[in-house]
Design a protein around this ligand. Structure first.
Ligand code: ZN
Length: 380
């Protein structure tokens, strides 16, 4: 058991200063004062939470857990995500997927990586498919993958408005989304379709066509990289104001920002100011993606790997530099992604919820302790 004393609980609503008792993998009790339980043979680890916020463990909706990249040839392939990096970054749930490369990267490997992370204390789910439509799958169809594979909860990241995508039409996107929706329903999942938005001119036109011409609802989709350029951001805000969910990518480089990318903390502030409802907004790290920069002759001039630590750093930047309310910033990496991906047992702090919890210094918003699956997995 773990007893966290006198932290200010942001679940992400402000619940005031409470004691929180963890038993096994779940939160067992929350109250203004809980004495350490006396259970023969059971040790109680008492943590002093005074001066700290207690917030839900972060839910990172896009991580190339088994490695990504490869767009610059084999030398540009990136390594899998180490569990220790996620835990030190406060991330207790990752949603893994393939990207551009669905040839040397496979769903078998993705699933095995998710299971390895799970064994090391990071809860890991997966998406079937990849950039391409029709989607590559593990069992032969998106629907079968979602029904038969417990870890598979949706489809993506499907590339739209990108030269690396399969240039689908609206019917192909609608058909894939329908399979994800139906498979999800049969398995009690949301079947969310994560959409990678590229640099193309009208990045959400195809999604709007699906919503208009088919029976697939807007909330089946989560477009990501919505901060990659000013015109993508503007289109995304229109989509968000119409009730769509939006995701901003937190990992970036100086070259990306020089080319027009809006840093995620700033994008969050601007989307809220533009009238997008706070519950529609999420952040994800895109960790282990390659971040290449190209010169004027398309030669690679820089190569970096997206870092999972960028997720919490973007929250800190949103709050400390861009005046985003703490509740909205925390919700964007906890409650909102958990709800959008249909993970009902996390993303908030409550009795019977998963004991995925972070202690954060109130003054600096520095991470102090990561509890994942009811165990202290990292301490500053
Ligand atoms: Zn992407």
């Amino acid at each position: 058991m773990i007893l966290i004393k006198q932290a200010r609980v942001l679940d992400p609503e402000d619940r005031g200063v409470l004691d929180v008792l963890v038993a096994g993998k779940r939160v067992f009790a929350m109250a203004p004062a809980i004495p350490p339980p006396q259970v023969p043979g059971v040790e109680v680890d008492v943590l002093d939470g005074s001066g700290c916020f207690l917030i839900p463990g972060l839910v990172d909706g896009l991580v190339h857990i088994s490695g990504g990249g490869g767009e610059g040839g084999f030398a540009g392939r990136t390594l899998p995500l180490p569990a220790a990096e996620a835990l030190a970054a406060g991330v207790t749930t990752v949603i893994g997927c393939l990207g551009t490369d669905a040839i040397t990267r496979t769903h078998s490997d993705l699933l095995a990586t998710a299971r390895a992370l799970e064994a090391q204390g990071v809860s890991a789910l997966c998406l079937t498919g990849s950039y391409a439509l029709p989607p590559p799958t593990l069992t032969g169809s998106v629907e079968r993958d979602l029904v038969l594979i417990p870890e598979m909860i949706g489809l993506g990241e499907v590339a739209l408005a990108d030269h690396r995508g399969s240039q689908p039409g609206w019917r192909e996107l609608a058909a894939a989304a329908a399979e994800s929706r139906r498979g999800g329903m049969l398995a009690g999942k949301r079947g969310t379709v994560l959409l990678h938005l590229g640099d193309g001119r009208d990045p959400l036109a195809l999604v709007e066509a699906v919503i208009e011409k088919s029976e697939i609802p807007r909330n089946q989709f989560l477009p990501t990289h919505c901060n990659r350029s000013p015109h993508t951001f503007e289109a995304a805000c229109i989509y968000g104001r119409a009730g769509g969910n939006l995701d901003f990518t937190t990992s970036t480089t100086k070259a990306f920002i020089d080319a027009g990318e809006i840093p995620a903390g700033q994008a969050l502030a601007r989307a809220l100011a533009a009238g997008v409802a706070p519950e529609r907004l999420t952040l994800s790290s895109d960790a282990q993606a390659s971040l290449p920069a190209f010169g004027k002759d398309q030669e690679m001039t820089d190569f970096q790997v997206a870092d999972i630590a960028s997720l919490w750093q973007a929250v800190r930047s949103a709050v400390l530099k861009h005046d985003v309310p703490l509740k909205a910033a925390i919700a964007a990496v906890t409650r909102n992604p958990a709800r959008i991906f249909g993970l009902n047992d996390r993303g908030q702090i409550g009795v019977h919820q998963r004991a995925d919890l972070l202690l954060v210094e109130q003054e600096t918003l520095e991470l102090s302790v990561t509890i994942s699956g009811g165990r202290v997995r990292w301490q500053h």
